[in-house]
Design a protein around this ligand. Structure first.
Ligand code: PGA
Length: 274
């Protein structure tokens, strides 16, 4: 079995859940799971708390394998934008930022142009953008899935340098699968991932397409996670509801660690000193 081309990424999107205290507890539990033998070297683990808990979670995560993401941000460094948070502020506490989540696009009117400005701002501040794309049910039923996803991917990364595109993460999250318990068929998710990788290859070249991590999101659970990670083009998951319970999130992380093609546990690697 050849090793995975890219390290798996399992990200928990806590949305508008947790207080500072419950966020700290959850982050501690996730850190223990992420540091476990066989997990730490196979899976990158990321949590995205609400802004009010970012500092608390960043404190807990320091010195652990857990990375911290913001759930959104503005593109400007500073300014008169009441209620917004800037990339400078986010970069003090986080390494990643989720951009263009469907709840932002469809609940708060975020456009492809907004997502592009935010992606550029993230990259300029050394943050990894996790760009969310995905079709609504009406778009899927109308046969527009591929066109919508291609448009969103192209628009989000437009103007980026190839190495920047390669550093990004794209989350394919069909809107109808988010929080509904109606997860996308893994074979269909894999098909869309290959479409996304082709778009990145066409715009930025093969090295960027090989490097960019593509994760699936939408009702991922411990029961269905392994089916996604078996696909070599699905590099992990963006998990909402199941990321709020350490046990469930831990089971998803472990499924990625043992997925076909994941690196062998350190002790079993030939090149590893004994
Ligand atoms: P879900 O959310 O896992 O609760 O469906 C996924 C997401 O919104 O990122």
């Amino acid at each position: 079995m050849s090793p995975r081309a890219r390290t798996a990424l399992i990200a928990g999107n806590w949305k508008m859940h947790t207080t500072q205290a419950t966020a700290r507890d959850l982050a501690r539990a996730v850190a223990d799971i992420a540091a476990a033998p066989g997990v730490a070297d196979a899976v990158d683990v990321l949590v995205a708390p609400p802004f009010t808990a970012l500092a608390a979670v960043a404190d807990v995560a320091r010195g652990t394998p857990v990375r911290v993401a913001a759930q959104d941000m503005h593109w400007a460094d500073t300014g008169a934008f009441t209620g917004e948070v800037s990339p400078v502020m986010v970069a003090e506490l986080a390494t990643h930022v989720i951009l263009g989540h469907s709840e932002r696009r469809h609940g708060f009117g975020e456009t492809d142009g907004d997502v592009n400005r935010k992606a550029h701002a993230a990259l300029a501040h050394g943050l990894v953008p996790i760009v969310c794309v995905g079709e609504t049910l009406a778009e899927r039923d109308a046969g527009k899935t591929d066109a919508v996803v291609a448009r969103q991917v192209d628009a989000a990364l437009e103007g980026a340098a190839p190495d920047e595109a390669g550093r990004a993460v794209v989350a394919y999250e069909p809107v109808w699968a988010i929080g509904t318990g109606r997860a996308c068929d893994p074979a269909e998710a894999g098909r869309v991932m290959r479409l996304i990788r082709q778009r990145v290859a066409a715009a930025f070249g093969a090295p960027a397409a090989d490097a960019v991590r593509l994760v699936y999101g939408g009702s991922v659970t411990p029961d269905n996670a392994a089916a996604y990670f078996a696909d070599p083009d699905i590099d992990g998951a963006l998990v909402g509801g199941a990321s709020l319970k350490a046990d469930a999130f831990g089971a998803i992380i472990r499924a990625a660690a043992v997925a076909p093609g994941a690196p062998a546990p350190a002790g079993a690697r030939k090149e590893q000193p004994t």
